[in-house]
Design a protein around this ligand. Structure first.
Ligand code: PLP
Length: 398
């Protein structure tokens, strides 16, 4: 039977992730995967998360099945995070949120919902984008195209080219948009560019699918929600995939949420029922632990305050590492500037390293970065920065 299984290579991130684990040099450094580590190089367990976990264990609650869509407290907490307290879209009951298996699970359930409603639609993703976007939407049966996003020469967003491409898409096309902290480039649209993108989607009858994997890592929880809030104000039908992997440092708990927003409150129940049906026929209902933590933090003011403070701490630390990285690289006099790295947001940076340089970084120094030159700045710390800088300088000099 399985002899006929088609070969299914891992995507480059997972391939290098596995290669890193097999790497034997003790001073190896992983700049491949999108995981935040603290100044000591550890994946933090946030204080707010620890408190929520302790309280949960003390309550010794029965490990019951959860509702297919997740609990009401989790769902309302996610909606508040996305749209703000009592905003018009929530008052009008135009949004339905379902707990998901990480941000990826939200994208997949959302893709399956869209496949049922718009079976022939084209899906457009940014060029470049997170590797899994194309694979996931193709796996859901869609034809996937890309829209221009990044100008490697200017190391900035190609907003005009992006808008032209969006305006050229057939009505009913699905557009996947990174809400903030664009993965892999780190280059985001500014508020005026977002308004133009929202306008192009509204005018062109496009269906936005906002991927919000890094809320709080860009400029702040409110600021990073701009795209979702603008689409909500515009009154269009759209979807949001939230991930709490990074913002709560809950990677392995696989916790996220899919939010469907309808222009018409009369249809949101149907949309939710369809999504629930898809969950039921995939994995029946979602897991408890991560959702219980996120719900407790979002619904308990003291925990919420502690969390936002820790999140700000992570955001500021990444920004600080960007500044230090650029200063140290510029001091090496490598014949090119690196200041674009400080304009980028979130965990990733398009460093400008070529595939050959990235390969040399791995081979000569045991430092793992993607061949595209993407590095995870959130994995840098004062301890490993000097070695990373020396290694980059070495491979850039050739
Ligand atoms: N979307 C983007 C743009 C991402 O970078 C990631 C994770 O790296 C995800 C979605 C998926 O997040 P999760 O790990 O919660 O599935």
């Amino acid at each position: 039977l399985f002899q006929s299984a088609p070969s299914a290579p891992l995507d480059p991130i997972m391939r290098l992730f596995e290669a890193f684990h097999q790497e034997t040099r003790p001073d190896k450094i992983n700049l491949v995967v999108g995981v935040y580590t603290d100044a000591q190089g550890r994946v933090p367990v946030l204080r707010a998360v620890q408190e929520a976990e302790r309280a949960w264990i003390d309550q010794a609650r029965p490990k019951q099945y959860r509702p297919i869509e997740g609990t009401a407290g989790f769902r309302s907490g996610v909606q508040r995070l996305l749209f703000g307290e009592n905003t018009a879209v929530l008052q009008a009951k135009r949004a339905a949120t379902l707990q998901s298996v990480g941000g990826t699970g939200a994208l997949k359930i959302g893709a399956d919902v869209l496949k049922q409603l718009l079976p022939d639609a084209i899906v457009a993703v940014s060029d470049p984008s997170w590797e899994n976007h194309r694979a996931l939407f193709e796996a859901a049966g869609f034809t996937v195209r890309s829209y221009p996003y990044y100008d490697a020469t200017r190391q900035d967003v190609r907003a005009d080219a992006m808008l032209d491409a969006l305006r050229g898409l057939p009505r009913g096309s699905i557009v996947v948009l990174h809400a903030c902290c664009h993965n892999p480039t780190g280059n985001d649209l500014d508020p005026a560019q977002w308004r133009a993108v929202v306008d192009a989607c509204v005018q062109g009858g496009l269906v936005p699918f906002v991927d919000m994997a890094y809320q709080g890592f860009g400029d702040g929880l409110e600021e990073d929600a701009l795209a979702a809030r603008l689409f909500a104000e515009a009154g269009v039908d759209f979807l949001v995939a939230s991930s709490f992997s990074k913002s709560f440092s809950l990677y392995g708990e696989r916790i996220g949420a899919l939010t469907l927003v309808s222009s018409d409150p009369g249809t949101i129940g149907r949309a939710e029922a369809l999504a629930k049906r898809l969950v039921r026929t995939n994995y029946s209902n979602p897991p408890t632990h991560g959702a219980a933590i996120v719900e407790a933090v979002l619904q308990t003011p003291a925990l919420y305050d502690a969390w936002t403070e820790e999140l700000a701490g992570m955001r500021h630390r990444i920004h600080d590492m960007r500044t230090r990285l650029v200063q140290a690289l510029d001091a090496q006099d490598l014949g090119r500037g690196f200041s674009a790295i400080t304009r980028q947001k979130g965990m990733f940076s398009y460093s400008g390293l070529t595939p050959t340089q990235a390969e040399a970084l791995r081979a000569r120094h045991g430092i793992y970065a993607l061949d595209t030159g993407r590095i995870c700045v959130a994995a840098l710390n004062p301890g490993n920065l000097p070695r990373v800088v020396d290694a980059i300088a070495d491979v850039v000099r050739g």
